[in-house]
Design a protein around this ligand. Structure first.
Ligand SMILES: *Cc1c(COP(=O)(O)O)cnc(C)c1O
Length: 384
């Protein structure tokens, strides 16, 4: 058999902390490696495969679109893009009136920052400590982790960080030059830190008073993950812009920036070659249809509750705290999570870290109760 690991190590820039298996196939909440081993996927590619790997509807839509029209310049209209936009706006919060389509999360964040400066004529941004918004220069400027930023400075000027869920500190940081505040409803990379409703409501009010735009990053929390179509529904606020990506198109690369009618952008001010291409749009239509038809937010809510209750029946001596919203699961350990992740993988479970001590689990929302039982059993073995 070919040594895929060696070939990859030889040719690819080695920026990723590697897991030691070669994945060749996925279906629903299961993955297979090149040795024929099967895994329960509790990562979904970091909340990408919410509708399950190789979802039948998504596969069919991509295949059909690929045989019809793969690429279409954004300077032309596209039937598939129009259908996607209609579908997207049937599920997003009603205050959003326009979208800019991208290929990734970071690109959606970049668009948000550009549009914020353009519309407010102000330059500064306030972001949260432990927040994550992507790796391009602008998105990285709003990303807190030192290791991600080091070596790339100077980043985009005008960004500052405040503690999450601390309204007073945020209010102190907002000044007359602040264009926007950017926050995740639940910090994903930062360790599954749950945003408080009261905090977000105060931030919303402050932003409105000071003519500062509020950007909500739902790249990880969006599309049913937290038990709602979008996490913002639980916060009782409206954002001025919202970033989406990851699970938007069933695993196909795509992102979107949603804008309220406060945001106006002139022709020629921004653009993308591939953003909103027919293949991505076809996949997106199928993914959103699947979510709505299967009420995937309800499944996430019920399965998350089941998982948490089941896990909490056991005394887990190595666990500090379990944080669960929908199927967004953070298990904070008293020690480093890395050895546990390695053990889980050897027991056939793919999970994720978030920071150094949090085990993060973001399974496909179609995962079976039986698989959740298996995961609980293995966790109990490892964490008691
Ligand atoms: C993954 C992620 C991003 C970046 O998305 P990419 O597609 O990797 O550029 C931004 N914000 C949040 C909250 C994310 O989880």
């Amino acid at each position: 058999m070919k040594d895929y690991k060696a070939i990859t190590q030889k040719y690819e820039i080695d920026v990723y902390p590697r897991r030691d298996i070669v994945l060749v196939k996925g279906k629903g909440a299961h993955l297979w490696d090149d040795q024929g081993n099967e895994y329960i996927d509790m990562a979904a590619g970091i909340s990408v495969a919410n509708v399950g790997h190789s979802n039948d509807k998504v596969v069919e839509a991509i295949s059909k679109q690929a045989a019809t029209l793969i690429t279409c310049p954004n300077t032309f209209y596209s039937d598939t893009k129009a259908n996607f936009l209609e579908k997207l706006f049937s599920v997003v919060p009603k205050n959003f009136t326009k979208a800019f389509l991208t290929n990734s999360g970071a690109e959606a964040v970049e668009a948000a920052f550009k549009f914020a400066r353009l519309n407010t004529k102000k330059t500064k941004f306030v972001a949260a400590m432990k927040g994550f918004h992507g790796r391009t220069m602008g998105a990285l400027s709003a990303t807190y982790k030192k290791e991600y930023r080091e070596g790339f400075e100077p980043l985009v000027p005008g960004f500052c960080f405040v503690p999450f869920n601390n309204f007073e500190k945020l209010a102190e940081a907002v000044d007359n030059d602040t264009a926007a505040v950017i926050l995740e409803p639940i910090q994903g990379e930062g360790g599954i830190n749950i945003g408080q409703k009261e905090y977000f409501q105060k931030v919303r009010q402050l932003c409105s008073e000071k003519n500062v735009l509020l950007i909500i990053d739902e790249i990880q929390t969006g599309f049913c993950r937290t038990g709602k179509m979008f996490a913002i529904e639980s916060l009782g606020i409206e954002a001025d812009m919202m970033t989406l990506a990851k699970s938007i198109a069933g695993g196909f690369p795509m992102g979107a920036l949603l804008c309220s009618d406060k945001i106006q952008v002139e022709k020629g001010k921004h653009g993308s070659t591939f953003g909103g291409n027919p293949l991505a749009c076809a996949a997106g239509i199928a993914a959103i249809d699947f979510m709505v038809e299967n009420k995937l937010w309800e499944q996430a809510e019920a399965k998350g509750k089941y998982f948490k209750e089941k896990l909490e029946k056991h005394t887990l001596s190595k666990v500090r705290e379990i944080r669960v919203v929908g199927l967004m699961i953070g298990i904070e350990l008293k020690d480093k999570s890395q050895p546990v992740l390695v053990d889980l993988l050897s027991k056939g479970i793919v999970a994720l870290p978030a920071g150094t001590t949090v085990l993060r689990m973001l399974p496909p929302l179609v995962i079976s109760y039986e698989d959740l039982d298996t995961v609980v059993d293995k966790l109990v073995e490892l964490l008691s």
